[in-house]
Ligand binder design. Structure first.
Ligand code: SAM
Length: 257
């Protein structure tokens, strides 16, 4: 009977994939992959006879949403055909990833076994490389464009992580990179909560054994002109100290006697 599993490669080529993920790739009838580089594709292609890249679905002037739905359809049609399908995404297959959650939901609705294996995400690398513990002050994280477009309650006493900062403000979902004009709007939004010279971090985890991790600390207002990529993440450390909620504190104190 057909079934579906999503696994992750992690971020670092050859170093982050779990043994379970590898086993699923090896034993599948068909492997689909959407990963971060040609080298990563070549590496996975060696693990199974039938490995198909999902990159073919990316077309100019087609929105990412449409592209992702075409990928979901391609994957599901093989599951319906009774194949054991493994789908490999980079990082953690369920972190900031539409295709995995949607395909699993649809496959389950149709009565197929479908699941996900956890992987090492960019956030996991960030915690290690920047020495940031999300539990220390708390941590909010958003996809950058969604963060801009919707009303949010920003907490400047927690970390703020913005994913897909390189395409921040692209509501067409078609661009590979957005311009400083888009980022100016993001800066205006952030300036309501943070000082203009607040130190923020552009983070790019190394994805190849010899490539360097980018940890670039800049004042917030330099964000407009800095070079960003589709694999950049923005980290905004807290600008305010934690502030006690005395109402709750008082209520809790009564238990300590
Ligand atoms: N599933 C991936 C994961 O688990 O990390 C995330 C995919 S999401 C569509 C793409 C975003 O992840 C990028 O825009 C960036 O914010 C972040 N990202 C991906 N690779 C990264 C890297 N090498 N370093 C830092 N952030 C990265």
């Amino acid at each position: 009977d057909g079934g579906l599993v999503f696994v992750g490669t992690g971020i670092l080529l050859g170093g982050h994939m779990t043994p379970r993920a590898r086993e699923y790739i090896t034993n599948a009838d068909i492997v689909f992959m959407s990963v971060s580089s040609g080298i990563m594709e070549a590496w996975i292609s060696d693990m199974n006879q039938d490995v198909r890249s999902l990159q073919v679905f990316y077309k100019e002037e087609v929105s990412r949403k449409e592209t992702y739905n075409s990928m979901v359809n391609a994957i599901l049609s093989e599951v319906r055909d009774g194949k054991r399908v493994c789908c490999v995404l980079y990082g953690h297959p369920g972190v900031f990833a539409y295709v995995s959650h949607r395909a699993i939901e649809l496959a389950r609705n149709e009565g197929f076994t479908a699941k996900m294996e956890p992987g090492i995400s960019a956030e996991d690398c960030l915690v290690a490389d920047l020495g940031i513990d999300p539990g220390k002050y708390g941590c909010q994280q958003y996809e950058a464009t969604q963060f801009m477009l919707y009303q949010r309650k920003i907490d400047p006493s927690a970390y703020l992580i913005l994913w897909q900062i390189g395409v921040a403000g692209d509501i067409s979902l078609k661009k590979l990179e957005t311009k400083s004009s888009h980022r100016k709007i993001l800066l205006e939004l952030l300036s309501e909560h943070y000082p203009d010279d607040h130190e923020v971090i552009v983070y790019e985890a190394s994805s190849l054994p010899l490539s360097k991790t980018r940890i670039e600390k800049i004042p917030l207002n330099h964000l407009i002109d800095i070079k960003l990529h589709d694999y950049s993440t923005l980290v905004i450390p807290p600008s305010l100290p934690l502030s006690i909620n005395s109402r709750v504190e008082e209520k809790l104190r009564q238990f300590s006697y």
